[in-house]
Design a protein. Structure first.
Length: 453
């Protein structure tokens, strides 16, 4: 089954060509604007959209930030958002200017010369892609589109989605891509919480509905980034993003397996990895951990597997890697039970303190974090679980239960400490040599008595 039929299943509506559209619909298409109030509108102001908006603003653009959540816009105005320090400086400057406006009104999108879609594309509890947010955002953008606009999709999705959710519905409105409007796909490449590669320094991949569409997108993106790679189609650009994150997923799964192998052979896995990384070609280091979180690696490969199932194509290496990633939290729980057993205790009634909830260091991001599954499994086995993480001082809800942060971890009297995520400012000096420690970060070398996951 083609990608187009997949999108039709999601959107629950068919796409009609221009020749099939009644003249009343064609005549209702807004005419081209002589001028636009904004250079760029960003749809979705999350971990990708907000830094993208700030980068365009820093390059001198008039920016409209659109989000359906009024609370998100309020948080942005109050600067109560998780950003790199450099982006917090940009946000302060942008809010002090008149060239960044925030809105929840979809009609404002018609006032922007370019519209860039940066909304989440998660998976559900069964690892099935959830396209509802993207489908809703796409419908909104298409409904508000006017002649002369450029629409760029950046959200990670299946190959063919931009054509299905944006280009074809625009044709159904009487707006021909490449003639009346420009349509392109350019996958986001933002790494939350990591300043090693700025948004300006990271090359962008761009594919268009037509050559003119691609070049229009290149012109807009090149306003802030120094390198743009052109592809022959939107589908190639969409597939590029899937390859990037599937590559990471497969290699992380292998690093986890190597950690198991090294533990069985009583070898330090990080020394093995660091030694292999001295090779200047043919090797790229990946590190083991308690699992993977965030919006990309746990989710994106499932978009590829899901689409290919409709073509009866199986990717056994990718499938196995995703199964390994999904099973990693259970391995962490089993390791905790094993260590407690060595100390004459079981999970039932054990006091377990988890250090770090976020899916990666130095971000306040719980999306798909392995810690959530680990804590839920530990609690289901009868353990009493609390956590230490300065990014979540108010407590967190996990599968209907409330878990509280511990103000004084030394006073918690934990039967076991699980090091899940170590933020840069995390202090582990309170951990005594008598407290069993399972190190899922593999990096707490100062704790000589720790055991590795």
């Amino acid at each position: 089954m083609t990608a187009q039929f997949i999108a039709r299943d999601v959107q629950r509506k068919s796409v009609r060509t221009v020749s099939q559209m009644p003249s009343t619909v064609l005549s209702s298409v807004p005419q081209a604007r002589e001028d636009f109030e904004y250079d760029v509108a960003i749809v979705g102001l999350g971990y990708v959209g907000l830094p993208t908006a700030l980068a365009h603003h820093a390059s001198g653009g008039r920016i409209l930030g659109f989000d359906v959540s009024g609370q998100r816009l309020a948080d942005i105005k109050q600067r109560s958002v998780d950003l790199l320090p450099s982006d917090h400086e940009r946000l302060a400057a942008a809010l002090a200017s008149e060239d960044l406006q925030l809105s929840t009104d979809p009609a404002d999108l018609a006032k922007a010369k370019s519209v860039i879609v940066c909304v989440p594309t998660p998976i559900d509890a069964h690892q099935v892609p959830d396209l509802s947010i993207l489908a809703s955002a796409s419908r909104t953008v298409v409904e508000q589109a006017v002649r002369g606009q450029l629409i760029v999709m950046t959200s990670t999705t299946y190959a063919g989605c931009t054509r299905d959710m944006v280009a074809e519905p625009l044709i159904g409105r009487g707006l021909v891509p490449g003639v009346d409007v420009q349509v392109a796909f350019s996958p986001e490449r933002i790494n939350p919480g990591v300043a090693d590669f700025t948004i300006e320094d990271t090359p962008r991949v761009v594919g268009g509905y037509s050559t003119s569409c691609r070049e229009a997108a290149v012109q807009v993106l090149a306003s802030y980034t120094g390198s743009v790679h052109r592809t022959s189609s939107m589908e190639v650009a969409e597939m590029t993003k899937l390859l990037e994150n599937t590559f990471r997923a497969v290699n992380i799964a292998m690093a986890n397996e190597f950690a198991e192998a090294c533990r069985a052979l009583n070898l330090p896995v990080h020394e093995v990895i660091d030694s292999a990384a001295t090779k200047p070609f043919g090797f790229m280091p990946f590190t083991p951990g308690p699992g993977v979180g965030g919006h990309c690696i746990p989710c994106d490969p499932h978009y590829l597997l899901w689409q290919l199932r409709r073509h009866n194509v199986n990717l056994p290496v990718v499938s196995s890697a995703m199964e390994g990633i999904e099973g990693r939290p259970a391995q962490a729980v089993a390791r905790c039970a094993e260590v407690l057993s060595h100390h004459g205790k079981g999970l039932g009634g054990a006091r377990i303190l988890v250090v770090g909830l976020a899916y990666k260091p130095d971000v306040a991001d719980l999306r798909e974090s392995p810690s959530l599954k680990i804590i839920a499994r530990l609690a289901a086995a009868g353990a009493k679980v609390s956590y230490v993480d300065a990014h979540f001082p108010q407590g967190v809800d996990i599968e209907g239960a409330k878990y509280q942060a511990v103000a004084d971890p030394a006073a918690y009297n934990a039967d076991l400490v699980l090091l899940h995520t170590r933020h840069a400012d995390a202090d582990l000096s309170w951990i005594s040599e008598q407290t069993p420690v399972v190190d899922a970060t593999y990096r707490a070398e100062e704790l000589a008595h720790r055991v590795l996951l």
